[in-house]
Design a protein around this ligand. Structure first.
Ligand code: OGA
Ligand code: MN
Length: 377
C-alpha cells in the first residue's frame, strides 16, 4: 500500500519535510519503512555511493584505543545531492559500544554537566542519577505501570559549552571541561573524515524512549561552521530525515542503527534534519550482545564495562536510543563576542524539539507534547 505513499507525499505538499515527518511518526498502524535507506544492507539505492576515507590519517593503535576498527575497514557512504554528508556504518569493534553507552548513562549525566532534569528540579535531586535509578531498573519487570526512574526521565545532557535552549546560544560563561574520552573519539573520527583540526567543544546527548522524536531543525548556533557535526547512535534504531537548506524541501529517510556515525560537513553542515521515530523492536541490536575481544591497553582508556553496569544499560536500551552529537563551537583563534546580542527571535534555528507523547515537562522549548505539536512545526 504505502511504498508509493512516501513518494507521493513528497511530490504534493508545500511542506514536504513536515509531511514526511508525520508519515514516519505515525504509530498506529506503523508506517511503511521500505523507502528508508539502510546502510547496513547491500544498497540498491541509486542515491548512495561508497566514500573513500583516508586510512593513513589515524593510526590503528589510536582508533583501537577508543574502540574503533582500523579506518581501512570502515564502510563509509555519501548521498547524492548532499555533499559533505558521510554515513559510517558501525565502525566500532565488537563489544566496545558498551563503553560509550555506559558513559552516556552513568558518567556524562553527572555534575557539572547539565541535563533536562536540572531545569525543573533542585540540584540535590538531580545528583547521582545512575545510583538513584540502577537498583530500581534492575528489579523492574516489563510492567509499564511502575513509576519512571530519573534515568528514564533523562532526555538530554549538555557537555563542554552548554547549549542554552532558550537563547539558542553557547557562551563563554557556561563551560565545563569536555570529557576527554569523547574528545578523543571525536577527533579520531573527524581526522579520518578529513578534518584533522577538529576540536570537540560542545556535546548534546539525546535520550530517546520508544515514543520519542526530535523535531525539524538546523544546528547553526555554533560560531564556526567549517568543522563538521558528528553524531553517534547507540541502542534502538531510529529513522533520520535529512532535508535541504529550507524547511519546506523534501527529505531523505535513513536508518540510524547502533554504532552508526554521521558526519555533517560543508554544504550538509547546515541542512534541516529530524528524527521522526524510533523503529519498534523488542530486542537489543545484536552488535550490543558481542563481547569485548581483549583488554590489553597498557595505558589510557579501559573500554571494559562491569557486568552489573551492563545489566542496567542493556535493560534500558531494550526500549531506548542514545545519541551523542559533538560540535566545535569556535573557529581557530575565535572567541565569543563580548556582549552577546540576542538572536532575532523570528529567525529559525535549532528548536531541537524533542517530543514525546508521555512526557511533558517544563517550559523548555525542546519539549512538546503530542497535542501541542499537531499543526505546528
Ligand atoms: C541533534 C540531533 C539527531 C539524533 O542533537 O542536534 O540532530 O540522531 N540529533 O538524535
Ligand atoms: Mn541536529
Amino acid at each position: 500500500m504505502t511504498t508509493k505513499m512516501a513518494a507521493s507525499i513528497v511530490e504534493h505538499g508545500e511542506d514536504a519535510f513536515r509531511k514526511l515527518f508525520k508519515f514516519y511518526k505515525r504509530r498506529n498502524p506503523p508506517p511503511d519503512f521500505s523507502e528508508v535507506i539502510d546502510f547496513s544492507k547491500n544498497l540498491k539505492s541509486e542515491a548512495v555511493f561508497v566514500s573513500q576515507l583516508n586510512p593513513g590519517s589515524v593510526s590503528e593503535e589510536e582508533v583501537y584505543r577508543v574502540g574503533l576498527k582500523p579506518v581501512k575497514d570502515w564502510r563509509a557512504y555519501g548521498l547524492k545531492g548532499y555533499p559533505g554528508f558521510l554515513f559510517i556504518s558501525n565502525p566500532f569493534l565488537p563489544g566496545s559500544q558498551q563503553y560509550w553507552v555506559k558513559q552516556c548513562l552513568k558518567v556524562y549525566p553527572q555534575k557539572p554537566n547539565v541535563c533536562n532534569l536540572d531545569m525543573h528540579m533542585p540540584s540535590a535531586e538531580t545528583e547521582n542519577i545512575w545510583e538513584k535509578s540502577a537498583d530500581i531498573i534492575r528489579k523492574k519487570g516489563s510492567g509499564k505501570r511502575e513509576p519512571k526512574t530519573l534515568l528514564e526521565k533523562l532526555r538530554w545532557v549538555t557537555l563542554g559549552y552548554h547549549y542554552n535552549w532558550d537563547s539558542k546560544t553557547y557562551s563563554a560563561d557556561h563551560y565545563t571541561p569536555f570529557p576527554m574520552d569523547l574528545h578523543s573519539l571525536s577527533d579520531k573520527v573527524a581526522a579520518a573524515c578529513g578534518f584533522p583540526g577538529f576540536n570537540a567543544e560542545a556535546g548534546i546527548l539525546n535520550f530517546y524512549r520508544s515514543d520519542s522524536s526530535l523535531g525539524i531543525h538546523v544546528d547553526e548556533s555554533e560560531l564556526d561552521h567549517s568543522q563538521p557535526l558528528l553524531s553517534f547512535s547507540f541502542g534502538q534504531t531510529a529513522v533520520f530525515l535529512l532535508g535541504g537548506t529550507k524547511r519546506e524541501e523534501p527529505a531523505t529517510p535513513m536508518f540510524m542503527r547502533s554504532g552508526d556515525i554521521m558526519v555533517m560537513s560543508g554544504f550538509s553542515r547546515l541542512l534541516y534534519h529530524a528524527v521522526p521515530c524510533i523503529v519498534p523492536s523488542t530486542t537489543l541490536p545484536s552488535c550490543l550482545e558481542q563481547q569485548l575481544q581483549k583488554e590489553s591497553q597498557p595505558d589510557g582508556l579501559s573500554l571494559e564495562v562491569s557486568q552489573q553496569d551492563w545489566e542496567i544499560c542493556s535493560k534500558y536500551l531494550l526500549t531506548s536510543r542514545v545519541n551523542m552529537t559533538v560540535r566545535q563551537v569556535l573557529g581557530p583563534g575565535q572567541s565569543f563576542p563580548s556582549a552577546q546580542t540576542p538572536k532575532d527571535p523570528l529567525c529559525e534555528s535549532k528548536g531541537g524539539y524533542h517530543e514525546s507523547s508521555e512526557e511533558e515537562t517544563q517550559k523548555n522549548k525542546r519539549w512538546k507534547s503530542e497535542s501541542e505539536y499537531e499543526g505546528d512545526s
